[in-house]
Design a protein around this ligand. Structure first.
Ligand code: V55
Ligand code: FE
Length: 484
């Protein structure tokens, strides 16, 4: 007998789905390019049971993983829960045992000390497995063909830290999975570790570093030989957890930082470059080296872009939380600890930046985000972000041109992923896939775009007979890595 809280986090576009199953040969509108062979994986939070607290957070839900398998113009759909240790313990009990988001003080006595992860943030195939990731817990391994869960891994004991990243980058030259864990010395600690896992699944690099203050180290980038970490003023302390406030609170008086260290070192060369007054940035589009300078592109707002990680002394302000694509530059040749420049490089505001992942860490031309066209009509209920992500925008950093496509008054986008036309196609030559959720009919379509002509709208739509809940992140994998 499930009574979900009377809370916007469980209503309208955030109404739970909790549906596991398979649909073969999805209904298609248009033509799916026959040469597309592979799978698109994505994940959304979807609590298995009614949460323990009325004010439960969107980010606290159990990971529900979806797979769209493309072959010969046909798409098969599969959806399963990531069966984390938390999911299994709660499934056996028939109710929620773990409490608030990132707050172990709120858990039932019976599960004290158990891994709290939900695997709800990102999914990516590496070393022959599907990694289901959440930044507060180890890496969960799933089968990339069946979506069966195998369990948490510490990579044969080599990665002896309690946390992992939900935002890895794959080095296009080595194929290494580049990532990090933060708060590795326990909840709320400033210790972090950079690591790389090679294509065979072996941990080949590890380097510890310390963040300037306890923060949500959500995303990062590689930039050639360097790893770059963006720090925004999300922070917390024990008194926040003791009062069961949202785990992260936003403190605009703390600086924004960019940390830069060599990927092949031991972390002792880490330099933190500071920006005051602070800004807020979360997801990285890309970063690259240019001589002694490092550039990192990311959507940036004046203050917290996540309404559920609020400021205590300032009300939520949608305008100040709107994010614009910005290039942050630091100079390793300088002896200052100041950020050299921050320059707005996008006109359309938005979030969920993506690139042609073969350009990760390199000078690049093409980027995409889902964007807010505030001038357009919207007929649906509000969602979890600053506005309705109703458009898809292509940013050409070389020509400075932007092209967008609006998905109509009833719908919103989820994060896209890029698919190259072939292994050695030019940068940007390929497709984007993205879910479009219709908030009136309550159906979701997986849409396929020509990546360099998003303004033409989708070339095909794979139509689901249900709506998928607002999700976070996902990735494409080539068919050569999947069972035939
Ligand atoms: C984010 C998402 C999370 C999380 C921390 O987008 C940060 C940011 C879905 O979970 O736990
Ligand atoms: Fe994220």
């Amino acid at each position: 007998m499930a009574h979900f809280p009377d809370n916007p986090v469980f209503k309208d576009v955030l109404r739970l789905v909790r549906l596991q199953g398979d649909i073969g040969d999805l209904e298609i509108e248009g033509e799916v390019p026959a040469e597309l062979n592979g799978a698109f994986y994505r994940v959304h939070p979807d609590p298995q049971f009614a949460p323990k607290f009325e004010d439960d957070q969107f980010f606290n839900g159990d990971g529900m993983v979806s797979m769209f398998r493309f072959k010969n113009g046909r798409i098969d759909f599969k959806q399963r829960y990531a069966q984390t240790d938390k999911w299994k313990l709660e499934n056996a009990a028939g109710k929620a045992l773990f409490g608030a988001y990132r707050n172990p003080l709120t858990d039932d006595e019976a599960v004290k000390g158990k891994i709290r992860g939900t695997a709800n943030t990102n999914v990516l195939v590496h070393a022959g497995k599907l990694f289901a990731m959440k930044e507060d817990s180890p890496c969960l391994i799933m089968d990339q063909n069946t979506l069966e869960t195998e369990g948490y891994t510490d990579f044969g004991g080599d990665l002896d830290i309690p946390t992992f990243t939900a935002h890895p980058k794959i080095d296009p030259d080595t194929g290494n999975f580049c990532g990090f864990g933060y708060s590795i010395a326990g909840p709320l600690t400033r210790e972090a570790r950079y690591f790389e896992i090679d294509p065979a699944g072996k941990v080949v690099r590890q380097a510890n570093f310390t963040v300037p203050y306890y923060t949500m180290l959500h995303d990062f980038s590689i930039a050639g030989d360097y790893a770059v970490f963006n720090v925004s003023p999300y922070t917390s302390d024990m008194s926040v957890l003791e009062r069961n406030m949202p785990h992260f609170i936003y403190k605009r008086d703390l600086p924004f930082y960019l940390g830069v260290m060599r990927r092949d070192g031991d972390g002792s060369d880490m330099r933190w470059f500071k920006q005051e007054p602070s800004v807020c940035g979360c997801h990285v589009m890309n970063a690259f080296q240019e001589g002694t300078r490092i550039h990192l592109d990311l959507p940036v707002s004046e203050t917290t872009s996540l309404p559920f990680f609020p400021e205590l002394d300032h009300p939520w302000d949608p305008a100040a939380s709107t994010t614009w694509l910005t290039r942050v530059t630091v100079d390793l040749g300088s002896n200052t600890d100041e950020i050299a420049s921050m320059e707005k490089i996008g006109v359309m505001p938005g979030e969920f930046p993506r690139i042609d992942d073969r350009m990760a860490g390199k000078a690049y031309r093409h980027g995409w985000m889902i964007t807010y066209d505030f001038d357009k009509q919207y007929n649906g209920p509000p969602g979890p972000f600053a506005g309705v992500l109703n458009s898809l925008t292509h940013y050409d950093h070389e020509s400075g041109e932007e092209k967008s496509w609006w998905c109509g008054p009833d719908s919103a986008f989820q994060e896209p992923a890029f698919i190259p036309r072939s292994k050695d196609a030019a940068e940007g030559d390929g497709w984007l896939v993205a879910l479009i959720d219709n908030h009136i009919t309550n159906y979701s379509d997986l849409c396929i775009f020509d990546a360099l002509h998003v303004e033409k709208g989708p070339v095909a739509r794979a139509k689901l007979p249900v709506r998928l809940r607002q999700g976070l992140h996902g990735n494409w994998v080539d068919g050569s890595k999947l069972a035939a």
